[in-house]
Write a protein that binds this ligand. Sequence first.
Ligand code: TYD
Length: 135
Amino acid sequence: MEPCRLIDLPEHKDPRGSLAVVESNRDVKFDINRVYYLYDLPSSTVRGAHGHRSLEQLVIAVHGRFEITVDDGYRSESFRLDSPAKGLYIGPMIWRDLINFSPGAVGLVIASMHYDESDYFREYEDFLDAARRSV
Ligand code: TYD
């Protein structure tokens, strides 16, 4: 499993402002099949709280800041997303919690697959069983 990691996205800055890019199979090593975003988030909210069997994602704080805790069934690690030019890659078989959203934060998620509920682990115990069996 490729570890979760922060990716610096190509940025184009000039006096008119800044632009960041994510290209399929270049900046992310998967085909991009879906984009969704989280907004209007109460600061105390917890999003995610699930794992995926196969899905790969890149999560970007396109506005504001938040934290993502990732857990592979053995250890967990926290990443702070605070720049629209930085993305967190999350591979398959990772439980993730998105927390501590700043006011007005917007989280953009770029995903390798269309929405498929059967790819989800919604219960942590189910995820843990599968993660520990799959190694
Ligand atoms: P949910 O998985 O709870 O959001 P997150 O884990 O990212 O915080 O999804 C919220 C609702 O949106 C749920 O009813 C499923 C639906 N949904 C879609 O229909 N398509 C999608 O691509 C996603 C991510 C969610």
